[in-house]
Design a protein around this ligand. Sequence first.
Ligand SMILES: [Zn+2]
Length: 459
Amino acid sequence: MDNYDRASIPSLADCLGAADETRELLMGRGCYAEIPALLGRLYQPRGVFLVSDENTWKAAGAGLAEILNGAGIPVEGELRFPASPRLHAEYACISAIKEKFSALPRPAVPVAIGGGTVNDLVKRAAAELKQSYLCVPTASSVDGYTAYGAAILYEGYTQTMPCPAPLALAAEPEVLAKAPPYLSSSGFGDLASKIIAGADWIISDTAGPLGAPGAERIDEKVWNMTQPGLAGYLERSTDAARGDSGAVIALFEALAITGFSMQTFKGSRPVSGSEHLFSHVWEMDDLSVDGVPVTHGHKVSIGTLASAACYEIFFADPSGPPSPPGGYTRPSLPQRLDAVSAAFEGGRSRDLVVKTAGEKYMDDATVKRVREAVTDNYRELRDRVLARLPPYGKLKDMLGRALCPLKPETIGLSRTDAIATARRAQMIRNKYCLLDLVWDMGLMETVLARFEDSAEYLR
Ligand SMILES: [Zn+2]
């Protein structure tokens, strides 16, 4: 057990109180009826601008519009994206929202009615329009509802674009419970990823004082918001995708808390680690199955299993990490930049990734310090990390019970390609995690070869 974990677990209300952008979260049966009063309390214009897609309009938008009409709140305009093809969080949709909003006859409060994609689109559009928005989530599918920033596909690259979290949210349990099962299992995958994010934060906390780029120290208050209560929340939300309303609510609450932790930390470190780097690469690759894009949370589920496998391989031996292959020499900066450039050949994001690779490349003295510190303190580090990670088989069982994908083939990838993604995942962000440590120790190929040979991992 980590020292931090001895603290009491903050409640949802405590976490909302710590967040500095979101002021209110309405939750509970019939809570849409409180939205007119909420609008009067927190927002400036009287009218609203409703953004949804055809599915989320049916699930929540139509009922909400009726309540607003009944309360005399004018609906100044509405934008309903088609249900098919499935909406993408791409910048063109933000432009469409802004265009429609700017043509409204009177000022209005943007209202995002939908899942993570609609919310991210409205969040960024509202920020560019300098408006506060209201979020009405229709599924427990992502942690992004209450988070600072939006994941938007821009110039071929999924980027976290800065923008404030919603000023308020209204989550109706009946709507969340009726969401399609694949959305709730996606949310569960996104929640399970916090297991890896916690382990990666320990790695980052270890490398940070030694000067490793992108290595953030553990912030105890934020850590306590997400880590000590995580196992309990995962347990209570396992049946969310089976439509169990209690489980769906527990899942929403846990995801909301992780979003509040990002607001408090002003970054994604508390809730996103190597597993999200895998998923970001697959987002850049537009991963889809039979033309349908794979959800964020399902990519994250496979990323979580892949990262857990890398952890077990790296820390397999209680006496020390694996040794680099004989004759290994660390690539020089120009060699490294060439390799990164080749790995993203033909991709629109290549220049950005090469720039990041340059920023995160460590000088020889720092690498030496990190390697020595990890080797010298290996047992303690191993204990701390393994205390956070359930054994791979248990993690897989839990994701399976929650109806998350367990094999790369389910999300349209071969096992070999999924494993090979680790190389590119390590290149794309300057945010120190296990993949960086593995690379800095000269062990990437050793770990991936053992991963490939394993009869258990990603099978
Ligand atoms: Zn996520």
